[in-house]
Design a protein around this ligand. Sequence first.
Ligand SMILES: *[C@@H]1O[C@H](CO)[C@@H](O)[C@H](O)[C@H]1NC(C)=O
Ligand SMILES: *[C@@H]1O[C@H](CO)[C@@H](O)[C@H](O)[C@H]1NC(C)=O
Ligand SMILES: *[C@@H]1O[C@H](CO)[C@@H](O)[C@H](O)[C@H]1NC(C)=O
Ligand SMILES: *[C@@H]1O[C@H](CO)[C@@H](O)[C@H](O)[C@H]1NC(C)=O
Ligand SMILES: *[C@@H]1O[C@H](CO)[C@@H](O)[C@H](O)[C@H]1NC(C)=O
Ligand SMILES: *[C@@H]1O[C@H](CO)[C@@H](O)[C@H](O)[C@H]1NC(C)=O
Ligand SMILES: *[C@@H]1O[C@H](CO)[C@@H](O)[C@H](O)[C@H]1NC(C)=O
Ligand SMILES: *[C@@H]1O[C@H](CO)[C@@H](O)[C@H](O)[C@H]1NC(C)=O
Ligand SMILES: *[C@@H]1O[C@H](CO)[C@@H](O)[C@H](O)[C@H]1NC(C)=O
Ligand SMILES: *[C@@H]1O[C@H](CO)[C@@H](O)[C@H](O)[C@H]1NC(C)=O
Ligand SMILES: *[C@@H]1O[C@H](CO)[C@@H](O)[C@H](O)[C@H]1NC(C)=O
Length: 861
Amino acid sequence: MKLGWLEAVVLTASVAGAKDLAYSPPYYPSPWSTGAGEWAEAHRRAVEFVSNLTLAEKVNLTTGAGWEQERCVGETGGIPRLGMWGMCMQDSPLGVRDADYNSGFPAGINVAATWDKRLAYQRGMAMGEEHRDKGVDVQLGPVAGPLGKNPDGGRVWEGFSPDPVLTGMMMAETIKGMQDAGVIACAKHYVGYEQEHFRQASEAQGYGYNITQSLSSNIDDKTMHELYLWPFVDSVRAGVGSIMCSYNQINNSYGCSNSYTMNKLLKSELGFQGFVMSDWGAHHSGVGDALAGLDMSMPGDVLLGSPYSYWGTNLTISVLNGTIPEWRVDDMAVRIMAAYYKVGRDRYRTPPNFSSWTRDVYGYEHFIVSEDYTKLNDRVNVQRDHADVIRKIGSDSIVLLKNCGGLPLTHQEPFVGILGEDAGSNPYGANGCTDRGCDNGTLAMGWGSGTANFPYLITPEQAIQNEVLTYSAGKTNVFSVTDNGALDQMADVASQSAVALVFVNADSGEGYIDVDGNEGDRKNMTLWKNGEQVIKTATENCNNTIVIMHTPSAVLIGDWYENPNITAILWAGLPGQESGRSLVDVLYGRVNPGGKTPFTWGKTRKAYGQAILTEPNNGVGAPQDDFTDGVFIDYRRFDKDDEEPIYEFGHGLSYTNFEFSDLEITTLNADKYTATTGKTMKAPVLGKVGQASDYLFPSGIKRVTQYLYPWLNSTNLKKSSGDPDYGMKTEDYVPDGAQNGSPQELLPASGPSGGNSGLFDELIQVRATIKNTGSVIGDEVPQLYVSLGGEDNPVRVLRAFDRVTIAPGQELEWTSTLTRRDLSNWDVSAQDWVVSNAQKKVYIGSSSRKLPLSADLPSVQ
Ligand SMILES: *[C@@H]1O[C@H](CO)[C@@H](O)[C@H](O)[C@H]1NC(C)=O
Ligand SMILES: *[C@@H]1O[C@H](CO)[C@@H](O)[C@H](O)[C@H]1NC(C)=O
Ligand SMILES: *[C@@H]1O[C@H](CO)[C@@H](O)[C@H](O)[C@H]1NC(C)=O
Ligand SMILES: *[C@@H]1O[C@H](CO)[C@@H](O)[C@H](O)[C@H]1NC(C)=O
Ligand SMILES: *[C@@H]1O[C@H](CO)[C@@H](O)[C@H](O)[C@H]1NC(C)=O
Ligand SMILES: *[C@@H]1O[C@H](CO)[C@@H](O)[C@H](O)[C@H]1NC(C)=O
Ligand SMILES: *[C@@H]1O[C@H](CO)[C@@H](O)[C@H](O)[C@H]1NC(C)=O
Ligand SMILES: *[C@@H]1O[C@H](CO)[C@@H](O)[C@H](O)[C@H]1NC(C)=O
Ligand SMILES: *[C@@H]1O[C@H](CO)[C@@H](O)[C@H](O)[C@H]1NC(C)=O
Ligand SMILES: *[C@@H]1O[C@H](CO)[C@@H](O)[C@H](O)[C@H]1NC(C)=O
Ligand SMILES: *[C@@H]1O[C@H](CO)[C@@H](O)[C@H](O)[C@H]1NC(C)=O
C-alpha cells in the first residue's frame, strides 16, 4: 500500500536538493464532524443512520464501485438492507455531462462576467434541477480551482474569475441554487490546481514527459489564505456538501493525501462538515489518505478500470487491523450522510435514469465488464424553461469592450456581412467532438469533463440571419462566409457591407485531450484558426467592422483593437446553447450590455506574471511550481507593476452612461474579535468493529466482475488485501497522532462555518449614489475596492459589488458593507487574521481603474 504524507517526504528525499523542496507539515488527527451551525439537524440524522450500519455498509458509502461499473461517472456502493442504492456523482459545472435531453449552460466565466449574484443562483438552481431529475446525487461543480493564476490555464473557464471575491460570491450563489434544488454541490478542485500540464504523472507520460509524480504547487501560507483558499471559505459558508481534492500536489504532498490542506485548513480552520472526495484517479494511498482527511474514493479503483481499490476491501481491513480507527470511518460515513440529508436527498431521490456510457436506450448495467443487459436510458427530458436563464446569462455576460458608434445596430443596415468560422455550425455537429474536444464552428463551451451535450446550439449566423430577415425582409442583404481560408470571399462581402460582424475564437480545456497541440492549457494567447487574418481582411475592406470573440479568457488583441475601422468589440465568452440569440439581443439593443470583464486584457502574456510550467524542472520527480507571484495575480499584478492593460479588470461599456457621487461611510458597532480557544469533543465511535469473519463475501450474492465490494475473500487479512507491502510496521506510515481520538485544541482562526465567526462581522457601511445620465435603461455594476495599506498588499482588492438596473435620469442609492475579513490580512506567525494599523482606503466605481469615489476608512479592529 502506498503512503500519504510520508511517501512525499521519502520520495522527494531521493532527488537532488530534496531538502530545498517545499514541504507540507503534517496535521493530525483528522477532525471529526460536529454538526455545527446549520448542519445540526442533518448531522443528527446522519449519526442516527450511521449508528445502524455495519462496517462493510459504511465502507460501501465511502468507495466507488469502479470506473464504468454503474451509470454515473462515479457511483458508491449502496446499502440494500435499508433499501438504499449507491450515490451517483455526475459532471459537470455547466450541466449534466454524458446525457441527453439536458441543457448546455453558459460556462462559469460567463456567470462571473454578469457580476449578477441572482443569475448565478438561478443557473445553480436550474442545473441542480436537471441533475436531480436525472437521478444524480452530487453535481461535480462549481469550480474555484483553477482560480485563474494563468490566463492560458486550460480550465479557467470552468470557474469564475482570478479575483477571489468575485469567484467566492459566485461559488456561494451557485452552491445555494444547486442545493436548494436538492442535489449536493461539490466545490472543486481543492487546491492550487492552476494548470493542466503535469497535473497527473500518467497523463504527462502519455505526452512524452518523463516524470513519475504530479506537479507540486508550492504555495505559502499567506497566499493560500488571502487568495486560493478564499473562495472555498465562501463555499463552506454557503453550506457546500462536498469538496473535491485535486490532482496536483501542494508542497509535495498530493491534494488527496495532504493533511495540512484537508485536516488543518478545511476541516479544522474552516469547520467544513461535509465530505471530501477524490478527483478521478487522484486517490494515491489507502491508510495515509484516510488519516489525512479524504472521505470518499472516486471512482473507487486504484487506476480507472483496475479491479482493485485503496479502499473498499482494504478500508475494511485497515479498520480490522487497527491502522485506521473506527471513528475515522464513522466520520466519513456521517459526513456523507449529513450532506445527503442537508440538501433533502431523502425526499428528492430518484434512481439514475440515464447512462454516462451510451446514448442507447438498452445496454449493460455494468458497462465496463458487459454484464446485465437492461434498459439504461429513459431519455427523461429535464430542460424545462431553462433556455430562458441560459439566454439571459448569455446576453448579460457579454462585455462591450469598445464602442465607437458601431452598436447598437438598427435593422436599417442595407448589407450585413457575417465573417468567420466562429459564426457558424460545427460541420461535425454541435456534439460531434467527444467532450467538445475540437474547435469547429462557433465556440460555446471549452473541452473536457467540464462540459455537457447540447440539446441544440443556436449559432450567431443562424440568429443574425433570422433577426435580419424578421425585421428587414425585402430591404436588406445578409451573407456569411464561415471558411477562415476564404479570405478573398470575405474581402468581397466586407467591401459591400454596411456592417461586418467578425467572429473569432480561442479554445482550451482539460489535459486529457489535445486540440491542435494544446495539451489542455493554451500554447499561445493569440486567436485560433487564422483569426487575426479574418479581422484584417474585414477592416481593410469595411470601415464599420464589429469584432465578436468567443474565448475562455484573455487573448492578445494589441495588433488590432485600436483600428479605427473597428467600431465595436464584444467578448461573449462561452455562452452555451443560446449563443446566437443572446448575442443578437445585445447587437440590436434589446438588451443593453452590462457585463464586465472578470479578468484583465493585457498587452503581453508576460504582463500577467509567471508562465505556465511546460517543461519538467525536477528530473523525473514532481515538477515544482513555486507560486512566486503570491497574491499578485491578474489586476493585482498589473497594478503592482504599474503595467497598463488594454482593458482593465471590471471594465465594460453600456449604451448609456452612469455617474457616481455622494460617498458616505459609517462605522458599525461590531463586537471585538476574539481568537477561538478550547477543545473539540472526543471522536464519537458509532459501532463495533467485529472480526474478519463478520465481513467475508456473503454467499448467495452474485459477484459482478471487477466490482469493488467492501468484503473480504478470507479471514486472512493479508491475503484478502493482496497488498504486497501488507503489514509494514505502522510507525512507517501512520503519522504521529493520527489515531488519537481524544479532544483536540481548536485553532484561533477556526469556527463552525468558514472560520472564526468574528471574521464575518460587518464593521463598516459604505453608500454611494449612481445615476443613469444617458437616454436608455441599463445595468451598472458598482464595484467596491479596498486598499489595505502597507507594503505587502495589492494596490487595491475587490471586496463588494452588485448589478443594478437604472432607468434614464434616475438615481439609485447603493449600500454595501465591509466585514472584518474584508479588512484583514493573514498573520503567518499568529496563524490568525488581523486588521493591520496601516491606513485603509475605499474606492467605488465602474471598473478596477475607473474609481471616481474614494475616501480613507476609519480605523477599526
Ligand atoms: C489494496 O491496496 C493495494 C495498494 O495499496 C492494492 O495493491 C491491492 O490490490 C488492494 N486490494 C484490494 C482487494 O483491492
Ligand atoms: C507550504 O510551505 C510554505 C512555506 O513553508 C508554508 O507557508 C505553507 O503553509 C505550506 N502549505 C502547505 C499546504 O503545506
Ligand atoms: C436504527 O435502529 C434503531 C434501533 O434498532 C431504530 O429504532 C431506528 O429506527 C433505526 N434508525 C434508522 C435510521 O434506521
Ligand atoms: C455494497 O454495495 C453494493 C452495490 O450496491 C451491493 O451489492 C452490496 O450488497 C453492498 N454491500 C453492503 C454491505 O451493503
Ligand atoms: C526517464 O528518466 C530516467 C532517469 O533519468 C531514465 O532512467 C529512464 O530511462 C527515462 N525513461 C524514459 C521513458 O525516457
Ligand atoms: C492494515 O491493512 C491495510 C490495508 O490492507 C494495509 O495496507 C496495512 O499494511 C495493514 N497494516 C497492518 C499493521 O497490518
Ligand atoms: C473538426 O475538428 C477536427 C478535430 O479537431 C479537425 O480535425 C477537423 O479538421 C475539423 N473540421 C472542420 C471542418 O473544421
Ligand atoms: C496559437 O494556437 C492556435 C491553436 O493551436 C493556432 O491556431 C495559432 O496559429 C497559434 N498562433 C501562433 C501565433 O502560433
Ligand atoms: C465608411 O465607408 C462608407 C462607404 O464605404 C462611407 O460612405 C463612409 O463615409 C465611411 N465612413 C467613415 C467614417 O469613413
Ligand atoms: C478602413 O476601411 C476603408 C474602407 O471603408 C479602407 O479604405 C481603409 O483602408 C481602412 N482602414 C484601415 C486602417 O484598415
Ligand atoms: C477475491 O476473489 C475474487 C473472486 O474470486 C477475485 O477476483 C479477486 O482477485 C480476489 N481478491 C484478492 C485480493 O485476492
